[in-house]
Design a protein around this ligand. Structure first.
Ligand code: SF4
Ligand code: SF4
Length: 378
């Protein structure tokens, strides 16, 4: 992850990651990233530009940075992605990003009134204008929807909104933070999140033409027995984030916190050096903690204790437990596993239409195997 700045023109009410005094990354730092990674052999790398708001770096930054990373690190087959609120998208930026086929993730929380309530006046209009420009230039845009303890009460409206737009849905629960004065104001509780995931599972099953990425990821985890996204995998040592000044952190979520700096790209540290830093050791300690704290859990192989940042955020950075969303993950994984097991005993997929109808009727909940089959075929 490359974080060109922590600055952001938006004022989303539950965002703790922007800092208006943040510097911007210079092209010298991009050159340092290139020199740091040049000796790495044949590893595949994805550079995700994150923020703050990465478009604040401007067209001139991307016009130089993208070819530099792409050509000089060609042995790593670089791919790019960006997480942006799209407010600053214009034809010039869209053209450069399209040249490197940079898929964009943006954020919309549901219908306009709800999005603006959570993200501030005019957020929706400005984001949609950027979306229009991005799409005109052939860029792929997907939207993440943040569910808060307030918006979860309108989950039907939100899902119908995404469906009516023809968008794939990805969601994110509002989380506590290590920053800010009132970091829990919007937080979705683990119990609420678990209920929401199971509700969305049923929604995805009964609406085959509507895709919910988180549901797909949970099903993929269970079916393949390995973490499908970073939350359910050991991210330490395979994901790093580089701040505007070249400081290296375990993930974008730690950016700006000096105690989480693992090293600097200017010093060209090895991965081993980074993992030996106090921050690196704290990440490894999480992995070891999961091995013991989750050892009796049936889902440990494909959950891995959830996200380390989530785990330490509620305790001011101290490692006292696994990701508090454990309750939610367990609820969703249990639901998928138990339905799968029941359906394996009564194989809905291979039965004829009449038998299938009667078996489905006998099962209290919508069957999950047809959804898993769709995901695998994709
Ligand atoms: S569901 Fe909970 S107990 Fe099980 S592996 Fe995940 S975090 Fe650990
Ligand atoms: S700290 Fe959390 S969000 Fe960051 S890479 Fe790890 S699992 Fe993903």
């Amino acid at each position: 992850m490359i974080i060109p700045t922590l600055g952001c023109p938006g004022k989303c009410k539950y965002c703790w990651s922007s800092d208006e005094n943040s510097p911007k990354m210079s092209l010298d730092t991009v050159r340092d990233i290139v020199e740091w990674l040049k000796p790495v052999e044949e590893e595949h790398v994805t550079f995700t530009f994150h923020g703050g708001e990465p478009l604040l770096a401007g067209a001139s930054f991307y016009r130089e940075a993208l070819p530099m990373l792409s050509k000089e690190l060609s042995h790593m087959h670089p791919e790019f992605a960006m997480q942006t609120n799209l407010w600053l998208m214009d034809d010039e930026l869209a053209e450069i990003l399209a040249e490197y086929q940079v898929p964009l993730g943006s954020s919309i929380d549901g219908p306009e009134d709800l999005t603006d309530y959570q993200r501030g006046d005019e957020y929706y209009t400005r984001c949609m204008e950027g979306y229009r420009i991005a799409v005109e230039h052939g860029l792929l845009v997907r939207f993440i929807c943040t569910f808060t303890n307030s918006s979860v009460l309108r989950k039907e409206d939100i899902v119908e909104f995404f469906k009516s737009q023809g968008w794939v849905m990805k969601l994110h629960p509002a989380l506590p933070s290590l920053k800010g004065d009132n970091p829990n104001a919007w937080t979705l509780s683990p119990e609420e999140y678990g209920e929401l995931l199971v509700w969305l599972l049923d929604y995805a099953i009964t609406h085959p033409n509507f895709e919910i990425m988180n549901v797909n990821d949970l099903c993929r985890c269970v079916f393949t027995r390995s973490g499908a996204v970073c939350t359910y995998a050991d991210c330490m040592g395979s994901t790093f984030a580089i701040g505007p000044d070249g400081a290296i952190y375990p993930c974008y979520r730690f950016i700006g916190m000096p105690e989480w700096v693992m090293g600097y790209v200017q010093d060209k540290p090895s991965i081993a050096n980074l993992m030996e830093s106090p921050a690196g050791k704290r990440m490894t300690a999480f992995k070891e903690h999961v091995d013991s704290a989750c050892r009796d859990c049936a889902h440990i192989t494909y959950c891995r204790g959830g996200c380390p940042y989530n785990a330490i955020a509620p305790t001011g950075g101290e490692l006292e437990g696994v990701d508090p969303h454990c309750t939610a993950y367990k609820r969703a994984f249990d639901e998928i596993v138990s339905r799968m097991e029941k359906e394996m005993e009564a194989p809905v997929l291979s039965a004829g239409p009449a038998a299938r109808r009667s078996r489905v009727k006998r099962m209290e909940k919508p069957p999950v195997m047809p959804l898993i089959k769709r995901i695998i075929e994709k």
